[in-house]
Design a protein around this ligand. Structure first.
Ligand SMILES: [Zn+2]
Ligand SMILES: [Zn+2]
Length: 274
């Protein structure tokens, strides 16, 4: 069983700076079959992630984390990464877990402090189209490099025959669709920061997200990481419109929501025309 708790659904500087939506990232929980352990991976711990994790009901427990993953090193994705590493390792007293991040998060203008990285025994420097990186019985693969200023990769999580993909921030280009489609995700979580593009920035607009979902055709798509204009347009309403238009399940994430991927995928499969 795969569930994703949204500790934040905000993107863009203004939304994050004002915490109009929270920015704690996503907490993945993979329940193993009989013998396999539960695996928990925190993806993109932005500002407030640790507080959001501990104040969730029931709490997301950092000491039970198996890995922390960064799609890229921008603040809204990595602001709390060092706090979360300390929490995962009990302030460094228990060396444990794994870190997955592009190399530029570790080196140069590093956002992961070297002392904190040393608390984590397994470090994976993500590169384009790589993997599997193995965390218990989860296989993680990366996407092609996104067009986003700093090194940025999408993540494909494979577990018990299902794939759930995360498409982080970046400019739209056609090859994105082919790359994500090749992984045939059952569920696709996408960052849709902008409604329309007035400024030509390195982020998906709603129309481009529609093109990606239509091209990749997951069973379930989840929109998240919203900027102000997206929030004004009501992401839940936009998701419903898209669902009708494309004939596949589309959901809009809200803070604190748990996306029960396994149930949603099963429901979507059951409803699909034969
Ligand atoms: Zn972002
Ligand atoms: Zn970014």
């Amino acid at each position: 069983m795969i569930a994703v708790r949204f500790l934040g659904t905000g993107g863009a500087r203004f939304v994050v700076a004002r915490q109009i939506r929270a920015s704690g990232g996503m907490w993945f929980r993979f329940d193993g079959a009989a013998q396999a352990p539960v695996t928990q991976i925190h993806v993109d711990p932005g500002p407030g992630a640790l507080v959001r994790a501990l104040s969730a009901v029931p709490p997301c427990e950092p000491l039970e984390l198996d890995a922390i993953a960064l799609s890229h090193k921008h603040l809204d994705h990595a602001g709390d990464v060092n706090a979360m590493i300390e929490a995962m390792t009990q302030g460094g007293w228990r060396r444990r877990g794994a870190l997955l991040a592009p190399r530029d998060a570790f080196e140069g203008e590093a956002v992961i402090f070297p002392y904190a990285a040393d608390f984590v025994p397994t470090r994976h420097y993500l590169t384009a189209k790589s993997g599997p990186y193995t965390i218990n019985d989860i296989e993680v693969f990366t996407s092609i490099r996104h067009l986003h200023g700093v090194e940025t990769y999408g993540l494909h999580f494979r577990h018990a025959g299902q794939t759930i993909s995360y498409l982080p921030c970046g400019r739209f280009f056609d090859a994105l669709i082919d790359d994500y489609r090749a992984h045939a995700p059952d569920a696709l979580i996408l960052n849709v920061l902008r409604y329309r593009d007035e400024m030509d920035v390195d982020h998906l607009t709603f129309d481009q997200a529609r093109a990606v979902i239509a091209g990749v055709r997951p069973k379930v798509a989840v929109l998240t990481h919203f900027g102000t204009r997206m929030l004004e347009r009501r992401p839940d309403r936009l998701a419903r419109e898209l669902e009708e238009e494309l004939g596949l399940r589309v959901l809009a994430a809200v803070d604190g929501w748990t996306f029960d991927a396994t149930t949603e995928i099963a429901a979507a499969t059951g409803n699909a025309p034969v």
